[in-house]
Design a protein around this ligand. Structure first.
Ligand SMILES: [Zn+2]
Length: 770
């Protein structure tokens, strides 16, 4: 035996002893294996026997196996109290808590286990799983640490395969799954990942979509459980993803969790209908798989099928499956009762009743406009109306996005259902709702155009690109975080950009990834024309991977594209990056001068600060300070110019816009004032009754009576103090617009509140005279 062989042997023995110590004892493993292989009654007997064991740890395992979680929890507590040194008891107890949605205490137990046994690979893997639940990037490093300690840990490779698939890296996922299978030929979840890879490449009939352009031969193989239609290859055997399903069935004919894994990936890839179908498949095999049932309910809700969603979620709840997602979703379904619904042929709009009258006209306008633009651009029509739900309570919106990676952002699209924040749910000026709606509507069309096969980076990038296509003042201006990332050259290769959305490795990487995706689409349009973006859509519909699509459409390797694109974007932002530190210092000085009311100094220096970073429109920006100083010194034209540039660069503080409108009006620029006030409506129509009244008056003056009527309607919907005046205003707008009925209703409403209101009396006489 050579020295190397001896070392290897000792290593293997060490590993074996570590694994042995960390794994549950044989009598527990036996029960778990029976369950994994679908031998339910044997497993049931096995776990029941454990509940009669002398050791509290074994009784805990037995109770857990029988889904008696409270008893299991109590027994684990006793076991740990008796054997403080045991890492295994803590790991298993933590795994129970993880399964029962208590990640905080679970992670605590895993860390305690590691204190007792720093080489407890299972505890490391468990910590990886907890991290993975929250799309936390530590998941990968924990799984790798576990493998460094115990290279035999097949489950760690399974987890890494799953994580790679979340990042849309099928090659890496396949490699990890193969490594798991090499260690454990019966690693069912590794097989499921292989099946997922094939499904997402349309080489499987698992969601009943046939085999894409791959194979047409489909036949029926009825295994135990449900009848399956598998793809069959040349050799008469199941092919593609269905070969993997057939393999899973041969080991456990009723392995629901495999389909639940596939469902989860379909949902992550925005294939909501297919994901729902897959969850149904999982539940047909494993009706007690409550995690899958809960996900089914949540995704039915996302698709607008509220009734069945409620049934499925209630069933989970009644069976003790009460994780946050289930409970919050049930609560959300209840609050939807407070929503008002407006329907026409192409739109379904849902608002909270307290703001529905106000918001509907504005949202309906922007929505129908977006539908028109995209229909023309993509030469396609949607199937039926688009549903847009607008949540004034951000927490309700957050429930809608549960389990979605990255930032919940401001809006989210599920097929033809869009959920988004209401402008009233955010700080005034924090977001441009019209831009968000335009963004989400891009998703609606691109999802349909690509049959939901589009990679995340492209659909997000295109949606960001579309915001500024709608208007250069829509979309978001470059933030300091993005400049910092550019300075550090942190942009990702296009083929790996999905990772930046799903498993960010630094703060704000998700935002940087949105920026990068958007700039990629800007770049492609600017250098090759819009048609290339449409061609990419076609490629993703086939479906082709990002590298394949880039090769076909742009005729270059993705690496070559990265080089060219990144050179352009770094060049384009070079001055901004170079002047960033200087800008920071100068802005600080400007803020100090402004606070001290040294207006001459502000007037002298503000433009130099702006020139260094014109897109900085956030807190303490130079534009607003310049405007303030100019006004203090009676220099209205300077103030107007400062605020106009602020708006151009996507400054969104509604108070600043109101101020600009007033300055414009005072300077005799009524059309400018109207345009500015109309911009407030796209940012925050809830902000202020005065701005609606002001706009209404200006529109009356310029004889745009229909638009004036809408603004006076908005004043009324905001429950103003002077309701009589508001009704009278509405009445005169309706009268001028030729709607006698509306004018009469409104003038009577005004007089009901204030019978002596002279202008209203006069208008009533005039109306009666007609
Ligand atoms: Zn988006």
């Amino acid at each position: 035996m050579t020295r190397a062989q001896r070392t290897a042997l000792v290593g293997a023995l060490l590993v074996a002893s570590v694994s042995e110590a960390a794994a549950p004892p044989a009598e527990v493993r036996q029960c778990l294996t029976q369950r994994l292989h679908g031998q339910q009654s044997a497993a049931q007997k096995c776990f029941t026997a454990l509940t009669r064991a002398a050791s509290p740890y074994l009784r805990a395992e037995g109770a857990w196996g029988l889904a008696d979680y409270d008893t299991a929890n109590a027994e684990f507590r006793a076991a740990v109290a008796q054997s403080d040194g045991s890492a295994l008891y803590r790991t298993r107890w933590g795994e129970l808590l993880h399964e029962r949605f208590n990640n905080v205490d679970a992670a605590g137990l895993f860390n305690e286990a590691l204190q007792r046994d720093p080489k407890d690979a299972q505890a490391m893997l468990d910590l990886a799983r907890v991290s993975a639940d929250g799309f936390d990037n530590d998941a990968v490093s924990w799984a790798q640490k576990a493998l460094a300690v115990d290279p035999q840990l097949a489950a760690a490779h399974e987890l890494l395969a799953n994580l790679a698939m979340e990042d849309n890296q099928p090659d890496l996922a396949a490699k990890e799954a193969d490594q798991a299978l090499a260690l454990d030929p019966q690693a069912l979840d590794a097989m499921a990942i292989h099946a997922v890879i094939e499904i997402l490449a349309d080489r499987s009939n698992a969601v009943g979509t046939g085999g894409g352009d791959q194979r047409e031969l489909v036949t029926v193989i009825p295994p135990q459980g449900a009848v399956q239609q598998f793809l069959i290859g040349q050799d008469g055997q199941p092919a593609g993803g269905d070969a993997w399903w057939a393999k899973i069935h041969s080991i456990n004919p009723a392995y629901g969790p495999g389909y639940a894994i596939a469902a989860n990936h379909l949902i992550l890839n925005r294939r909501y209908q297919d994901g729902v179908a897959m969850y149904r498949k999982a539940l047909a095999l494993s009706p007690d798989l409550w995690s899958a049932r809960s996900e089914l309910g949540i995704n039915l809700m996302r698709l607008g099928q509220d009734e069945e969603a409620r049934q499925q979620l209630a069933q989970c709840y009644q069976n003790g499956y009460r994780n946050d997602a289930t409970v919050n979703s049930l609560r959300l379904l209840d609050t939807l009762k407070d929503f008002a619904t407006f329907t026409d042929a192409t739109t379904i709009l849902k608002f909270n009743r307290k703001e529905s009258e106000l918001l509907y006209p504005y949202f309906h306008d922007v929505l129908t406009q977006a539908i028109d633009v995209y229909q023309t651009k993509y030469h396609m029509k949607l199937d039926g109306p688009v549903q847009v739900e607008v949540y004034p309570d951000h927490e309700d919106f957050a429930v809608r996005t549960l389990g979605m990676p990255g930032l919940g952002a401001l809006g989210v699209t599920f097929g033809q259902v869009v959920a988004m924040d209401s402008p009233s749910g955010r700080k005034p000026g924090e977001f441009h709702w019209a831009s968000t709606l335009r963004h989400e509507m891009s998703h609606v069309f691109i999802l349909k155009a690509t049959r939901h096969r589009v990679p995340r980076w492209f659909t997000e990038g295109l949606a960001v690109h579309e915001e500024t296509e709608a208007s250069p003042e829509w979309g978001d201006s470059i933030t300091p975080d993005i400049i910092v990332a550019l300075r550090k050259h942190l942009l990702l290769p296009v083929a790996e950009l999905d990772r930046g959305f799903i498993h960010p490795t630094y703060e704000n990487q998700v935002l940087v990834s949105y920026f990068e995706g958007g700039r990629i689409c800007d770049y492609i349009q600017a250098h090759w024309g819009q048609q290339k973006l449409l061609d990419l859509v076609q490629q993703f519909a086939i479906p082709r991977s990002t590298p394949e699509a880039i090769r076909t459409v742009l005729g270059m390797e993705p690496e070559a594209f990265d080089k060219q694109f990144q050179a352009w974007v770094y060049q384009d932002t070079a001055a901004l990056v170079a002047g960033f530190d200087d800008w920071h210092k100068q802005l600080e000085a400007l803020v100090a001068a402004s606070r001290a009311k040294h207006y001459d100094e502000v007037l002298a220096h503000a433009d130099a600060v702006i020139a260094l970073y014109p897109d900085y429109v956030y807190d303490g920006n130079a534009y607003q300070q310049l405007a303030e100083a100019a006004q203090a010194q009676g220099k209205a034209p300077v103030a107007i110019s400062a605020l106009a540039r602020y708006v151009q660069h996507r400054g969104r503080d509604p108070a600043a816009l109101e101020q600009l409108a007033k300055l414009q009006q005072d300077a005799g620029d009524k059309p400018g004032a109207i345009a500015t006030l109309q911009k407030i409506n796209l940012i925050d129509p809830v902000f202020d009754t005065d701005s609606h009244r002001h706009l209404g008056d200006l529109l009356m003056d310029s004889r745009d009576f229909g638009a004036a009527r809408r603004e006076f309607g908005a004043v009324l919907a905001l429950h103003p103090l002077d309701k009589a005046q508001a009704n009278y205003d509405l009445a005169r707008a309706c009268h001028a617009a030729g709607d006698a009925r509306c004018a009469m209703d409104a003038v009577l409403a005004a007089l009901e509140i204030a019978p002596d209101f002279r202008p209203a009396q006069k208008l009533l006489l005039e109306l009666n005279g007609q």
